[in-house]
Design a protein around this ligand. Structure first.
Ligand code: AHR
Length: 523
């Protein structure tokens, strides 16, 4: 059956059922003979992949903001009004569409008025959640919105429900977006910004079931209704109000929020971190057991989005409320010798696979998922960029986002995928994970992940509804599962041209390297 919404991984059930009574040799032969086959329905796409699915998240945590984005105007590191030029250029190349700020858990401790006005006069605070370090508030509202302008991306601000007030959040919106005369808008002008900014995406608290106030869903739903009432639309600014969503598989949270407050929200934001390995939690020292466990957990995203989505469908069958997965990614042990609360981790080929399959899954749910924000952009968790003083490196995850930018605002194409399993011990996952889209110029892109770290995969692709003329490709892979970039070897893993395919008539046969992310373009 063709599904326009989901990647269909057709497991040949008859074959599997037959396996139970077949001798071991027969089983192995059957598995080997199972052909990897992909059918793409090039003329049947309906849904658009919102580019904000490729969004990002930046928190006052460790070295994400300070040292990552912000170095200050007096720094020897090249900057524009205090913001690192190298980081901005790299993120622009990746076409970053939206950036969430200031947290995370920090958001529910942040008081925005401390972060405006002359920097030397701004009060400090203790960042109690993230290491008890002193936050000097030098990076505040004006700096964040300047950063978004430099990045040419949409800002997404998360307001404080846990320890803030309704008035405080109400005034923040007014400060940023009101063009008329009011004490708050005049304060913005005094601080050097005459014209208001447009800010569409507004979060009402973060993880209010945990660090954002340990609330029960009923209580938070009522607070959401109250806070969101006072978030006003000024001029032509139209807020897209986002409620705190569930942790992982907390489906009752989604149920209560949708039932009690669904009609007052534009988005509901669950979080899902897929953790690390099984035995080792190191980002770069791990074995196949850890590789398998990590990818298996990343694949769970499909089920989580489907199940939260089904609950949302009950209350919102027309899918007016977007699912906004505003925190996701891998969470490893911090790098040895670094502050455990700074969440600084390396990033390997395994993380690239996590990113590749997660983005494919999110594409496949683009009828409901309208934004996702990987955690976090620079120097924290599954980062795009790592910095060390004036140096900057791009991670394998960055390269996946850069390769996949062709899916932004493209039409999702229905596919059918039949593939072999990747087995480890007694368990198995499908070896391949795929997404396809058609962009505005009619070019088709297919993103393919081969999760098997040992075996390449021959995939026969049939494109229905159009003719192949020209195919081109890029691949991200390496000799080892743990390959990663370092400040001494920043190009250890980066995309290479890929041409291991043959085109015969309407059939394209591709050989995907083991442990790889491949992007094919077809015109
Ligand atoms: O991204 C790090 C933290 O993870 C965020 O602050 C919080 O929302 C989540 O628990």
């Amino acid at each position: 059956m063709i599904s326009s919404k989901r990647i269909v991984c057709l497991v040949v059930t008859a074959l599997i059922a037959g396996c139970a009574s077949t001798p071991a040799v027969g089983k192995a032969q059957q598995e080997k003979s199972r052909v990897n086959k992909l059918v793409i329905y090039a003329d049947k796409g309906k849904e658009t992949i919102n580019r904000n699915i490729y969004g990002h998240f930046s928190e006052h945590l460790g070295r994400c903001i300070y040292g990552g984005f912000w170095v200050g105007e007096d720094s020897a590191i090249p900057n524009t009004r205090g913001i690192r030029k190298d980081v901005v250029e790299a993120l622009r190349r990746m076409k970053i569409p939206v950036l969430r700020w200031p947290g995370g858990c920090f958001a529910d401790e942040y008081h925005w008025k401390d972060g405006i006005g002359p920097r030397e006069k701004r009060p400090s605070m203790v960042n109690t959640h993230w290491g008890g370090v002193t936050e000097n508030n030098h990076f505040g509202t004006h700096e964040f919105l300047d950063l978004c302008e430099q990045l040419d991306c949409e800002p997404y601000i998360c307001g404080n429900v846990g320890s803030g007030t309704v008035l405080e959040m109400q005034q923040w919106v007014e400060y940023i977006t009101f063009d008329g005369k009011s004490p708050i808008a005049d304060l913005r002008r005094e601080n050097g910004r005459d014209k208001p900014w447009n800010v569409k995406y507004w979060g009402v608290g973060n993880e209010n079931w945990g660090c954002g106030g340990r609330m029960r869903p009923e209580y938070y739903a009522d607070l959401y209704r109250r806070y969101s009432t006072y978030l006003r639309n000024f001029g032509d600014n139209r807020l897209f109000k986002i409620a705190c969503g569930a942790r992982k598989s907390d489906y009752p949270w989604t149920e209560v929020l949708m039932r009690e407050a669904g009609r007052f929200m534009n988005g509901l934001a669950p979080h899902y971190y897929c953790g690390s390995g099984k035995k080792s939690r190191s980002a770069t020292e791990f074995g196949e057991e850890d590789w398998f466990a990590q990818l298996q957990r990343a694949l769970l995203l499909d089920e989580l989005v489907a199940k939260h989505g089904a609950i949302m469908d009950k209350f919102d069958p027309k899918k007016r409320v977007g699912m906004i997965l505003d925190e996701w990614g891998a969470w490893h042990q911090v790098e040895p010798g670094t502050n455990p609360r700074f969440l600084y981790q390396q990033n390997s080929l395994r993380d690239a696979l996590v990113a590749g399959i997660s983005l494919n899954i999110l594409n496949s749910h683009c009828d409901r998922v309208k934004m996702a924000n990987i955690a976090q952009t620079v120097n924290v968790l599954q980062a795009m960029i790592l910095t060390k003083d004036e140096k900057m490196i791009l991670t394998p995850t960055y390269h996946v986002f850069e390769m996949y930018k062709v899916h932004h605002d493209a039409t999702l194409l229905p596919i059918e995928l039949q593939c072999r399993d990747y087995k480890f011990g007694d368990e198995q996952i499908p070896a391949l994970n795929v997404s396809a889209s058609k962009d505005k110029s009619g070019r088709i892109h297919i993103s393919l992940c081969n999760m098997d770290p040992k075996n390449s995969a021959r995939l026969v692709c049939e494109l229905q509804g159009t003719k192949f003329k020209k195919v081109f490709g890029r691949a991200l892979t390496a000799d080892t599962m743990t390959a990663h970039n370092t400040f001494d070897n920043p190009e250890a893993i980066s995309p290479i041209a890929f041409d291991n395919f043959q085109l015969k008539g309407d059939i394209l046969t591709v050989t995907l390297p083991s442990k790889s992310v491949v992007l094919l373009g077809i015109e």
